[in-house]
Design a protein around this ligand. Structure first.
Ligand code: HAM
Length: 430
């Protein structure tokens, strides 16, 4: 055994070094800008929650297999949040008296799920959550579909790179009971089967269907209906369709924003109607990027007031896989713009004075912490992406001047010390 502790992070979690963090920050910043342009306000909450908030209404898979749980010193059962929706529902219910509905909120929590790490799945991911509370209008659906299009455009994605697939659980239930002829008691299990449809081979699906009590004829009919796309809507009774907010979208000009697809179910028990997922269309990465839907009864776990919700969660792992696959990752930002180098230890104070002036003018500036040979220091500045260096040498400084060098062109000028910010700025802006 090694005498040292391992440096790798816990399996399924990640360290983010500054270069990667710079790329992430740029991408997230673009997404936050779009979300805020729609009037969503950022909130946050605790990473630890009572385990009951997931047990009450979430997903069987998450509660039984994926929760990180612990018991605190007061014997309270807690979980690391696997998602944000139960937390935000709790916060909305607890503050409803003070809020003006509809409430538009977003957050960017880290979430923990005990999963087998694989492409697109880890044990700690960061998830941008965008949710609206307090509206039953189909205008929510339309706002979110437009928002998704603007978010994808903001990260540089063109419409051929992805697809927004939508369904409605009310329509799905009517399809399973009315069109396929499944008993009401089996609907939940069969909906789970539909959710796995694209992930499992046909023989496994058939075996699972048989175990749920479906006849071969029903299974064949289910297969047919799921492949029918929008045509299945013709077989659903008018009075069911009238209840569906998604149908209102599909009958409006906003229909162009989405593709109706009976295969979209989503795994959570709390979704009540519209559900949607954004899929990558690239052959190397055909997978779901993010998803969400309408959950009209979740806040009802905490309060008698009826407050419908609608929203989605966008995970960082699938997002960055998408950006990588399509060559859309931005460059990491350089570490520093200017390095102020003193040629001897006695000039360190002078270099710090010049650096303070530059920082005061808003320029990212560092000074070496140790005195090294000028040539070495210039190489280091270049490597960290600096655009310019300022050399503080004895004779210059005694004459009240410094030397400013443009590292790209190699040109350098001697300027009055107090003119350094203006000189550097002209290099940065060139
Ligand atoms: P979810 O589909 O479970 O929904 O997660 C949303 C997104 O988070 C996924 O599409 C994926 O990008 C990312 N994600 C989830 N689990 C993992 C994982 N183990 N590793 C990496 N990424 C992951 C929800 O969580 C809902 N609460 C979303 C929502 C918000 N619905 C309404 N509002």
């Amino acid at each position: 055994m090694s005498q040292f502790l391992p440096t790798a992070p816990y399996r399924g979690t990640r360290d983010f070094l500054p270069a990667e963090m710079s790329v992430r920050t740029q991408v997230f910043g673009r997404l936050y800008d779009v979300i805020e342009r729609y009037g969503y306000q950022r909130y946050d909450g605790p990473i630890l929650e009572p385990v009951e908030i997931y047990e009450a209404k979430s997903s069987r898979e998450i509660v039984e297999q994926q929760l990180y749980t612990l018991t605190d010193r007061g014997d309270r059962r807690l979980a690391l949040r696997p998602e944000m929706t139960p937390s935000v529902a709790r916060m909305i219910a607890g503050n409803a008296g003070r809020l003006q509905f509809p409430v538009r909120w977003y957050s960017h929590p880290n979430c923990h799920r005990y999963e087998r790490p694989q492409r697109g799945r880890v044990r700690e991911h960061w998830q941008i959550n965008v949710d609206v509370f307090g509206s039953d209008s189909a205008a929510c659906e339309i706002e979110f579909f437009e928002l998704v299009h603007d978010l994808m455009a903001a990260i540089g994605a063109t419409p051929d790179m992805w697809r927004l697939r939508v369904n409605d659980r009310v329509l799905l239930d009517a399809m399973l009971t009315g069109v396929v002829g499944i008993g009401a008691d089996a609907v939940r299990d069969v909906a789970g089967l539909v959710d796995r449809w694209e992930k499992y081979p046909a023989d496994k699906l058939a075996a699972d269907a048989a175990a749920m009590g479906l006849t071969d004829k029903q299974f064949d009919r289910l297969t047919e209906v799921l492949a029918a796309g929008r045509a299945v809507l013709d077989e659903i009774p008018g009075e069911v369709k009238e209840q569906s907010k998604l149908m209102r979208v599909l009958d409006s000009t906003a229909a162009d924003l989405v593709t109706f697809d009976p295969l979209i179910v989503r795994g959570f028990d709390y979704y009540t109607a519209t559900v949607f997922e954004v899929f990558d269309t690239h052959p190397d990465n055909r997978r779901s990027l993010f998803g969400g839907g309408r959950y009209d009864n979740l806040v009802g776990l905490y309060s008698a007031q009826r407050i419908p919700g609608f929203g989605f969660g966008m995970g960082d792992v699938t997002l960055f896989d998408f950006l990588g696959t399509h060559g859309l990752l931005p460059e990491a930002r350089n570490e520093i713009d200017v390095v102020v180098i003193a040629t001897e230890a006695e000039l360190a104070d002078a270099a710090r004075t010049v650096a303070r002036g530059l920082r005061g003018a808003g320029v990212r500036t560092s000074t070496p912490l140790d005195i090294r040979k000028l040539g070495k220091e210039i190489q280091r500045a270049d490597k960290s992406g600096a655009r310019a260096i300022v050399i503080v040498g004895r004779d210059d400084w005694d004459a009240g001047t410094v030397t400013v060098r443009d590292l790209a062109s190699g040109e350098q000028r001697q300027v009055q010390a107090d003119a350094t910010p203006a000189e550097v700025r002209s290099i940065l802006d060139s």
